[in-house]
Design a protein around this ligand. Structure first.
Ligand code: THU
Length: 156
């Protein structure tokens, strides 16, 4: 009998696979992200850099936007994030867990608010066994959200 892998392992594996498609010719830092939905489906993203550096998109933002485009923003329950520097051959490595940047935390908060739940955030490197588990509410306390605009979170 094969036991299903825990969601943390599924998400980190999916995020590592997604990182292979990072478009990061400027920083040469590849990031992969994978969001878990309520039904167990996984949607991935990788960073997409731009010659106008500030326009670059983070992997987490791409994954959340893809989930939203599929009508599933409110169904996001967790995210796995990995990253590492590319070597001369363009293969990325790294054992140090990376954590979502501040902007990505705010983007993730929109999914959390839409679904009315806190999110689990698993962070790892592209290689190795090190993994951290966080709550979005811990990574982004005192959040700015729909309530600040006089709105209650909405699923659509
Ligand atoms: N990056 C992400 O994709 N997610 C983060 O949370 C942090 C940074 C990307 C942006 C840029 O393409 C590269 O990593 C280096 O900053």
């Amino acid at each position: 009998m094969t036991l299903a892998a825990p969601n943390s392992e599924r998400l980190i594996a999916a995020a590592r696979a997604a990182a292979a498609n990072a478009y990061a010719p400027y920083s040469r830092f590849a990031v992969g992200a994978a969001v878990l939905l309520t039904d167990g489906a996984i949607i991935t993203g990788a960073n997409v850099e731009n010659a106008s550096y500030g326009l670059s998109l983070c992997a987490e933002t791409v994954a959340v936007a893809t989930a939203s485009a599929a009508g599933r923003l409110a169904d996001v329950v967790a995210i796995g994030v990995v990253g590492g520097m590319m070597d001369a051959a363009g293969i990325a490595h790294g054992t140090e867990p990376i954590r979502p940047c501040g902007r990505c935390r705010q983007v993730l908060n929109e999914a959390a608010q839409a679904g009315g739940r806190d999110l689990t955030v698993w962070c790892a490197g592209l290689d190795g066994d090190r993994m951290e588990e966080h709550r979005l509410s811990t990574l982004l306390p005192h959040v700015f959200g729909p309530a600040d605009l006089g709105l209650t979170p909405t699923r659509g």
